[in-house]
Design a protein around this ligand. Structure first.
Ligand code: URA
Length: 202
């Protein structure tokens, strides 16, 4: 009989954590998703960026932030010259509803976010970032425990439940969902927040 997940030894390294997360069955999202999408970056990165959950492209490739939202984020990170960054998500499996041949993204529930905190907490203990940037409300909830609306909190630094500072900003997918004329202003806010992150880390 296979040992239940809870009996597995607590991972001691990021590689062990990634290996165990690949077999995670803590919530139901693993059933339909292709694979666990673990974080990536230099393990000693001073900055951790936390998104919501992998999307369609990330689910297929196994890497975070490789789809359209990821491209926007990576462009802004390069423009901000932000330096070494650990990129990850609050939830490590893609959540979707099938619609014909397409898979429509669904937001993870608070329950799913809380289950996946096990992995995020491990990642945070091992990477030990000096600063974390939360992209959107799901990441803000995962990190701070507060589900209060993001709009008044955006651009501010709040304490994470583990004590570290978290800068809250827009999720790049939200920017891409805005009407085209509204996108540049929101993108400028994301850029300003990344500039703040750079200053905090300097
Ligand atoms: N959106 C996210 O929140 N994370 C990803 O990895 C990709 C898109």
């Amino acid at each position: 009989r296979q040992a239940p997940q809870m009996d597995l030894q607590r991972p001691q390294t990021l590689a062990e954590a990634q290996h165990q997360a690949a077999a995670c069955r803590r919530c139901g999202l693993c059933e339909a998703a292709t694979q666990t999408v673990w974080g990536e970056g230099p393990p000693d990165a001073p900055l951790m960026i936390v998104g919501e959950a992998p999307g369609d492209a990330e689910d297929l490739s196994g890497r975070p932030f490789v789809g359209p939202a990821g491209q926007l984020l990576r462009e802004e990170l390069a423009r901000a010259e932000i330096g070494p960054t650990w990129l990850t998500n609050a939830v490590k499996h893609f959540k979707f509803t099938p619609r014909g041949k397409r898979r429509l993204h669904q937001n993870p529930t608070r329950g799913e976010i809380s289950h996946c905190r096990w992995w995020l907490d491990l990642e945070r203990e091992m990477v030990r970032p000096k600063l974390t940037v939360a992209l959107g409300a799901s990441a803000a909830f995962a990190l701070t425990g507060s589900a209060a609306p993001l709009t008044p909190r955006r651009g501010r630094i709040e304490p994470a439940t583990d004590g570290g500072p978290v800068l809250l900003t827009w999720h790049p997918s939200r920017i891409l969902r805005l009407p085209t004329p509204d996108q540049p202003a929101a993108r400028a806010e994301l850029a300003a927040d990344l500039a703040t992150a750079r200053e905090v880390l300097a």
